[in-house]
Design a protein around this ligand. Structure first.
Ligand SMILES: Cc1ncc(COP(=O)(O)O)c(C=O)c1O
Length: 400
C-alpha cells in the first residue's frame, strides 16, 4: 500500500464524511433525507436569473482565459463597495476574489499560522477551520459559545485562551452551526481582544445577508482600526454554491499589510478563481437582491417550525436561530452514549441524516446535532415526526 501523509488523519469534515454511511442506508432501500449540507439548491431555491445570464454572457463573450490571480478589477470594485456599504472601510487593492469562502479561509490561515501555532476557534465551529489547521500543523484552541445564552461567545473564556502562540481569532457571525447572530456589545468585545492582542480577526460573514431581521453590518464596522479580514461568497445569500465564487477583503489597518502581501503571493500560485463566475459576482453585488428578502422570509418560517417542533420532543432542547438555515438541538443522552451513536441510529432507522455535534468540535457526550432546515415546511414536519418517534424509542431503549 502506498502511504498517505500523516496530516490526512487530522483532516476531517463530518458534513461530507457522514454521507458514506447514508449511501449504505440508501442501498438497503431506505429513503434518505439529506439534512447534512447547507445547500439551498436541492431544496428548490433558485439562483437569480440575472446571475445565470451574467455567467452565460461571460462565457459567450470569451472570458474563458485565466483571470488575474486577485480577481478582475470590476469584481474587486464590487466587493469594495459592498464592504464600505456594510461599514468596513476598504480599497480594491485589499480585495482578493476566491473560490468560495473556503479558499479565502485557507489562504488566510496559511498566510498566518506556522506549525505549532494556535488559532482561536469557536466551539461548535464550522469544521473547515479545524481541518485546514490540521493540514497546516497548527492547533485550534476552542472558545466556548453558550446555548444557555443564545449561543453567544463566552468572551471571558476567550480572553483567557490568548497566548504567545495565538495567531488569529476566528469569528463566524451569523453562525454555522448554531444559527446565532452576535449583538453589538459582543462584537465590540471580540474586536477589542483582537485589537489589543494584535491578532487578525478572521470574520466569516458568509451568512450576513441571511439574518431573519435583515442584513447585518460588517463586524469591522464597530471598530475600523482593528485588524479584520472578512470572507464571504455567492454560495448562500446568492444561491450559487456550486459556482465556487467568493472573496476576502483585508481591513485597512496597516498592521495587516504583510499578511495581505502573503495572501496575494499564495493566490498567485493557484492562478485565479473561476473566471466567468467573477463576472456573475459583479452582477450579483451590483444587481437586484430582491430574492434575498423572499429567502429570508422562507428561512424564518422554517426556523420557527423547527424550533417549535424540536422543543416539543421530550429529551430535546433547541435554541431559536436568528439567521441562516441551521439549528443545533441537544438531546439528553444517557451516560456512555455519544452524539454519533444517536445520529447514526436516527439515520439507519428513519433515513434522516443530520450531523453529530462532535463533527463541529462539541463534546460527544453533550448530545448536540445539527439540523439543516431548508426543506419545505410539509417535509420538515414529516422529518420532525420521524425524529420525535425515533428519539422517544431510542431514549427508552437506552434506559434514560
Ligand atoms: C460558516 C461557513 N463558512 C464557509 C463556508 C463555505 O462556503 P463557500 O461555499 O463560500 O466556500 C460555509 C459553508 O457551509 C459556512 O457555513
Amino acid at each position: 500500500m502506498i502511504p498517505v501523509a500523516s496530516r490526512i488523519r487530522g483532516f476531517t469534515y463530518a458534513i461530507r464524511n457522514i454521507v458514506a454511511e447514508a449511501r449504505k442506508v440508501e442501498a438497503s432501500g431506505v429513503r434518505v433525507r439529506y439534512l447534512n449540507i447547507g445547500d439551498p439548491i436541492p431544496f428548490g431555491f433558485h439562483t437569480p436569473p440575472h446571475m445565470v445570464e451574467a455567467v452565460a454572457r461571460a462565457v459567450r463573450d470569451g472570458h474563458n482565459g485565466y483571470a488575474p490571480s486577485v480577481g478582475i478589477p470590476a469584481a474587486r470594485e464590487a466587493v469594495t463597495t459592498e464592504c464600505v456599504n456594510r461599514g468596513m472601510p476598504m480599497t480594491a487593492d485589499r480585495v482578493v476574489i476566491t473560490s468560495g469562502t473556503s479558499e479565502g479561509i485557507e489562504l488566510a490561515l496559511t498566510a498566518l499560522a506556522e506549525p505549532g501555532d494556535e488559532v482561536l476557534v469557536p466551539t461548535p465551529t464550522y469544521p473547515l477551520y479545524t481541518a485546514v489547521l490540521a493540514k497546516i500543523g497548527a492547533r485550534p484552541v476552542f472558545y466556548r459559545t453558550d446555548p444557555a445564552h443564545g449561543w453567544q461567545p463566552d468572551v471571558q473564556h476567550l480572553r483567557s485562551l490568548v497566548s504567545r502562540r495565538t495567531k488569529a481569532l476566528v469569528v463566524i457571525d451569523p453562525n454555522n452551526p448554531t444559527g446565532a447572530t452576535y449583538p453589538a456589545d459582543t462584537r465590540k468585545a471580540l474586536l477589542e481582544i483582537a485589537d489589543t492582542n494584535n491578532l487578525p480577526l478572521l470574520a466569516d460573514e458568509v451568512y450576513a445577508d441571511l439574518a431573519f431581521d435583515g442584513p447585518v453590518a460588517a463586524i469591522a464596522s464597530h471598530n475600523p482600526d482593528a485588524p479584520v479580514i472578512t470572507f464571504s461568497s455567492l454560495s448562500k445569500a446568492y444561491l450559487a454554491p456550486g459556482w465556487r465564487s467568493g472573496w476576502l477583503a483585508v481591513g485597512t489597518s496597516d498592521r495587516l499589510d504583510d499578511v495581505l502581501a502573503g495572501i496575494k503571493k499564495l493566490a498567485d500560485g493557484r492562478l485565479c478563481s473561476t473566471g466567468p463566475m467573477e463576472h456573475a459576482l459583479v452582477a450579483a453585488l451590483n444587481g437586484d437582491r430582491s430574492h434575498q428578502a423572499t429567502f429570508r422570509t422562507a428561512l424564518r418560517q422554517r426556523a420557527v417550525l423547527t424550533h417549535e417542533r424540536l422543543n416539543a420532543i421530550e429529551g430535546i432542547t433547541s435554541v431559536m436561530p436568528s439567521a441562516a438555515f441551521y439549528a443545533m438541538p441537544k438531546v439528553a443522552l444517557p451516560a456512555g452514549v455519544a452524539d454519533e451513536d444517536y445520529v447514526l441510529a436516527l439515520l439507519r432507522e428513519t433515513g434522516v441524516l443530520c450531523v453529530y455535534g462532535s463533527g463541529f468540535g462539541a463534546d460527544p457526550a453533550d448530545g448536540f446535532f445539527r439540523v439543516v432546515f431548508l426543506a419545505n415546511p410539509a417535509e420538515l414536519s414529516e422529518i420532525y415526526d420521524l425524529i420525535a418517534g425515533f428519539t422517544h424509542d431510542f431514549l427508552a431503549r437506552r434506559g434514560r
